[in-house]
Design a protein around this ligand. Sequence first.
Ligand SMILES: *[C@@H]1O[C@H](CO)[C@@H](O)[C@H](O)[C@H]1NC(C)=O
Ligand SMILES: *[C@@H]1O[C@H](CO)[C@@H](O)[C@H](O)[C@H]1NC(C)=O
Ligand SMILES: *[C@@H]1O[C@H](CO)[C@@H](O)[C@H](O)[C@H]1NC(C)=O
Ligand SMILES: *[C@@H]1O[C@H](CO)[C@@H](O)[C@H](O)[C@H]1NC(C)=O
Ligand SMILES: *[C@@H]1O[C@H](CO)[C@@H](O)[C@H](O)[C@H]1NC(C)=O
Ligand SMILES: *[C@@H]1O[C@H](CO)[C@@H](O)[C@H](O)[C@H]1NC(C)=O
Ligand SMILES: *[C@@H]1O[C@H](CO)[C@@H](O)[C@H](O)[C@H]1NC(C)=O
Ligand SMILES: *[C@@H]1O[C@H](CO)[C@@H](O)[C@H](O)[C@H]1NC(C)=O
Ligand SMILES: *[C@@H]1O[C@H](CO)[C@@H](O)[C@H](O)[C@H]1NC(C)=O
Length: 518
Amino acid sequence: MKGFLLFLLLILRTGVCTLQTKKVRKDEVVALKCGEKGKGSDKILWKNETSQMYLHNMSPAEQEQRNLVLDGHFLVILWASVNHQGNYSCGLSNFSSRSWFKLTVFEGNTGEHPRTCHEEEHCKLTCPPMSVPPNMSSTDPTWEKPDGKREQLPEIHFQSVKMEDGGVYTCFRSYPYYGQMYNRTCRVKLVVKPKEQKKYAKITEPREKEVFYVDIGSPKVIHCKAAVDLKFDDLFWLSNQSFVETNGSHPVFYNTTWENGDKMTASLVFKRVSENDLTKTYTCKLQSAGQDSSSVNITLSLKARPSYVSLAICSVCVVLAVVVSAVVYAKFKVDVTLFMRDTVGCHRRASDGKSYDIFLMSYKSETEVGINSHDRKMLESVLEDRFGYSLCLFDRDVLPGESIAEAVLDCVERSRTVVLVPTSPDPSLESGLLSALHAAYVERQTRLVFITTERTGALSTGSIPEALQLLSEAGDHVTWKGRGSEMPSSAFWKHLRYHLPAPHHPPKSKISLKTISL
Ligand SMILES: *[C@@H]1O[C@H](CO)[C@@H](O)[C@H](O)[C@H]1NC(C)=O
Ligand SMILES: *[C@@H]1O[C@H](CO)[C@@H](O)[C@H](O)[C@H]1NC(C)=O
Ligand SMILES: *[C@@H]1O[C@H](CO)[C@@H](O)[C@H](O)[C@H]1NC(C)=O
Ligand SMILES: *[C@@H]1O[C@H](CO)[C@@H](O)[C@H](O)[C@H]1NC(C)=O
Ligand SMILES: *[C@@H]1O[C@H](CO)[C@@H](O)[C@H](O)[C@H]1NC(C)=O
Ligand SMILES: *[C@@H]1O[C@H](CO)[C@@H](O)[C@H](O)[C@H]1NC(C)=O
Ligand SMILES: *[C@@H]1O[C@H](CO)[C@@H](O)[C@H](O)[C@H]1NC(C)=O
Ligand SMILES: *[C@@H]1O[C@H](CO)[C@@H](O)[C@H](O)[C@H]1NC(C)=O
Ligand SMILES: *[C@@H]1O[C@H](CO)[C@@H](O)[C@H](O)[C@H]1NC(C)=O
């Protein structure tokens, strides 16, 4: 127990845990070299850990009998047998530190050391000699080639190795001891790889990390182009590291085309780009025989554009603005027009050869109560004095002696607008005159304004002659609402003025004109 603890202590103190593993074929030679360095006279101690026996105590005869050689740092087993398998240790005389060995003895082959060379390249096979006592050193080894031929060579040298040179090479080394040759074999397996292809194949498009801009729901095709070496090369697409389908019935797939035999295109097709597609990394990969594959990563990104929300808001704003303007104009068009005419001065100034702005003409319908003569006089005076229109009045401006029809037509011709006033006692218009009036309206494009009374509203069919009905349909209508319409600021006046053209002369000069005509 005390000894064991001391042993344990020694192990811990010196930190010995180096264990060399030695493999040897049955009937072959193996040498163990103790790494401990003593001072000249120090003797190396060897211990068989399996039998717990010290080997250095053996007599030379005993050593010979057991096929062992103890020489300096070496323990040589000349003929290894399965019995020799086990653990051995060595160290300086007081065993202050030790080296450990584990010996394994194989009945058959010990296995092969692999050696890989590339076709048409320089290649060397070696079989390094084992460390042995100086007077046991080995001569050049004998090599047995895969074809069975034997040759004594320090090493096998290929200036330019060929594929057919591959195979298992066996190296035999002999270690002499007292005239006997003790052998050791070592097997090397040569693997010849096909020669390196010249770096020729490469991806030319797209660039690494390129971003492609897309719209959700739209189709997109991305071409990956490569210069390739015909037979062995393959160009394909990966999405998030997994293969993209080549079956065209999938939403995302790719197909490949060849051009001139040395250019290849793999087209990645998105039938409809989805949100999910934007999260993936797409890799175009070129796999070429005899060289490392190359690849390019790309991503998809949404096109930069105003968002749909702001676009929608803008559209709504524009539509609202248009609607509001239309409503405001429709509601206030009369006021707007009159305001523009009165203040900004949007008058029609071009001379059209007419002497009057308005011809006030009476008409009578059977059911029409009409405007009384007082109101009619008021109408005339407001139009002339207040708003400055020049009027052609039947009873004032038509020269006596003319026929009524001629006089009326003359007035119509010389006026820009005909205002038809329902008046009961006035000379009623014959339907022939009305037809002539209609013709004038159509040919000369004289404006027509109908003043109607509240009671009739729109001139209803049957209540007026047919010719008048035609005129009524062609002209504008303003409703006279009795007392409420008398004030020049009333709706009646606004509407009437709206339908009339702007007066051709300023209001002041009108008075003098009227004076002259009087
Ligand atoms: C070590 O001991 C084992 C068991 O006694 C024996 O078989 C073996 O031959 C010994 N090794 C040497 C080298 O003597
Ligand atoms: C040799 O030592 C190893 C550990 O170092 C041990 O596992 C093995 O059992 C030993 N072998 C013999 C034959 O004593
Ligand atoms: C063992 O011997 C070596 C050299 O002779 C010496 O340096 C060392 O101190 C000794 N160790 C023990 C534990 O006696
Ligand atoms: C080799 O040298 C050792 C001493 O270092 C000696 O004991 C042994 O006999 C020699 N062997 C031969 C074959 O000369
Ligand atoms: C070692 O090989 C040589 C020839 O290669 C042979 O003559 C000799 O007997 C062999 N030695 C042993 C111990 O097998
Ligand atoms: C492609 O996929 C569809 C359904 O996904 C399948 O019916 C069709 O057989 C496939 N075509 C090929 C060539 O694999
Ligand atoms: C690849 O697929 C796209 C989309 O379906 C098609 O337009 C194109 O012709 C296909 N190309 C080949 C070589 O099949
Ligand atoms: C693809 O991989 C990225 C990370 O590399 C991950 O964020 C994304 O969710 C993945 N997309 C899909 C569809 O698996
Ligand atoms: C492409 O992306 C993958 C991960 O998605 C990464 O492992 C790879 O190194 C990238 N390739 C290049 C050439 O950057």
